[in-house]
Unconditional design. Sequence first.
Lengths: 219, 585
Amino acid sequence: MRVGIADDVVLIREGVAQLLTNAGFDVTVKAADADELLRLVALRRPDAVIVDIKMPPTHTDEGLVAADAIRASHPEIGVLVLSQYLATDYALRLLERHPEGVGYLLKERVSDVAVLADALRRVAEGESVLDPTIVSRLMKRREHTPLAELTERELEVLALMAEGHSNQGICSNLFLSPKTVEAHVGHIFSKLGLRETPDHHRRVTAVLTYLRATHDDAR
Amino acid sequence: MAPIGGLAPVGRRYARLGLGVLALAAGVATLAIARHDAEESFGGRSVGDGILELAAGWSLVLAGLVWWARHPRRGFGPLLTAAGLAWFLPEWSSPAVGSSLVFTVGLVGIGLCAPLVASAALAYPRSGARSSLERAALAVAFGGAALLGPLSATVFDPVAQACFQCPANLVLLHGDGDMFDAAVRWGLRIELAAAVTLMALIAWRVASAAAPRVVTAPVLLPAAAYLALVALELHHSMPGNGLATNPFDVRMWRYEAVTLVTLAGGVAWGVYSSLRARASVARLVVELAQSYASGGARDVLARELGDPGLRLAFRRPASDNYVDSDGRVVDVAPGPGRAVTPLVQAGRPVAALVHDPARLRDADRVDEVVTGARLALENERFHAEIRAQLEELRAARVRIVAAGDLERRRLERDLHDGAQQRLVAVALALGMLRALSTDASPRLKRRLDRVDAELHATIAELRDVATGIFPAMLTDAGLAAAIEMLADGSAGTIDIRRMPRDRLDPALEAAAYFVVAETLRRTHATRAAIEVSRIDGDLVVDLDTDAGTDESLADLEDRVGALDGRLTVQRDADGLHLHAELPCG
């Protein structure tokens, strides 16, 4: 699988590239800023790219802008945005804009090659990925919302759904049978008043949108 | 010019009293003389003419004496009084007067009234600014009057001029008909030229608005009209070479009387309006003493002095600059379209009026009004000083808060871009090490796992610290996103009930954010409710927590105060209730 990485810090850029190469990835794009990334992506067409949110020149949200640009011009390329901030707002906005093939992870996840590899594969296949820390923060908002009616197990399942896992992934995460997971998912959707749709990413989007909407409605 | 300026004030008062009595007597005598020889007189022809005679002379004397009493050191009062007395004199050289003294005085003073009226007019309201041209014209006018009066009198022999009825001329030196004719001829010419020139100069004074027209016009315009009539009469007298009492002269004389009465009325109007101004200033002092309102003195001064754009600036002894009543610094350097009148007290400038140079030329009014308002000004100067100090304090508070925020932001950047990036790089290296150590002993692997977990906890903690110092979300995404992040990361349950979604001024966002964040941090609340809304141009922050704190919230008051906002904190058994109002302006 061909991947790219954009980070202005050489140490991290080269480190991640090395790590991914060791894990069997083919790192075809290494960029120090968003412009270079867009140029190389257009040239080499990797399957997925990792983008740091803060890059030159302003070090604010160049990564998000680059993610928008790549998703617009190359919908087949998955984008994994890395951020130093636990910013639910950024993450939700990103996933709302791009329901497919985009992920938002905390920067330090790069040290866990298994997490990184899994996330890259999922965005390359058009799934969504959301950092577990952010999902758990979102789940904290369940007070005053219909989320309060969910059981602990259902909340666990919902959190994994929000992170972008498929039913299969949830099964292996929670050591449950597919039948049980399907039942939980069904209960969750009926309690939240959502219609279940077959595609996986739409499901995630629905959950996220719901979380965000209930959060906004509460004020 | 200060004719009797050397006298003590009491002496001046007696002098004025004496002049008043003299004018009464002179008027009565003049009327008697005129009635005695009605054909040769101006005022003796009818009751109306008699009234005009007395009205013109007496009103000038009265106006002159009143003005003199109000402004003892100015020339206008004595000059106008003298002009009033001189008005009567032409009647006195009547052949049938019977008294040599009266006859002689009449001969000597015959041309004096017009130069005196002109002198008075050019000395109104103060004599300081007479130009050299004006002085020269006056000198010529008096020269003409001297030729017509005293000089021609010395060569006028009544008997030789076939006036057998005339009393003796007491100043006759040497009777010479030719010289008398020449003196009168040149006297008429010179006085005519001077009268025309002076009329033009006086009219120009009004037109050029060297002083406010509302003050000068009622006096100067009648004076100019009077001089024009005099000039016409002089011109008419030239063929006959002598002042006569034919119908044209009588008509001119009547008009002159009317203009002089009008002039006296103008002086009375000026006195009346300055009295009225004083009364209103007295009211102002009482008003301001009763209820102090900042800037009230400026408004009243602007109204009284007729300059709506007037600014009142108080000198600050410490810094030598000037501030208005709100404590803002005022530039008191004169510039185009702006004149500055200093207000001096005990030899030191205490305040300044910054005004339109076309207005406020009437320094009398400024003096009067400012003297009357001194107490109020003193009061307001005191408040201006306090406000200026408050303003400096407020500016310092704004600077301190802004500098603090800048420093917080810099620290946060340093932590995120420096320390945190390095730790991520270390975590990355550790990850690679772990990937390479698949063959290592389980004990080493466990140790590596523990180090990795510790490192991730450190990174998370560092992130919390950096965000606590200054949340990047606040700058990047605004107040709502930053407060949400705060609530998401809080150990307690934070209920965000209302939050404006639009971006606000950065200082405002920072103030609202830190009021909430710092209060939550200090109270360790397990439950809190936040409501931020925009009400009538204010950003209103309400925060209820279920726990209090012993820590001071003075730094939050500084933040809110720096933006001219108000912060109220209520502490009770339920916890802490905080209410902040921040102006969005």
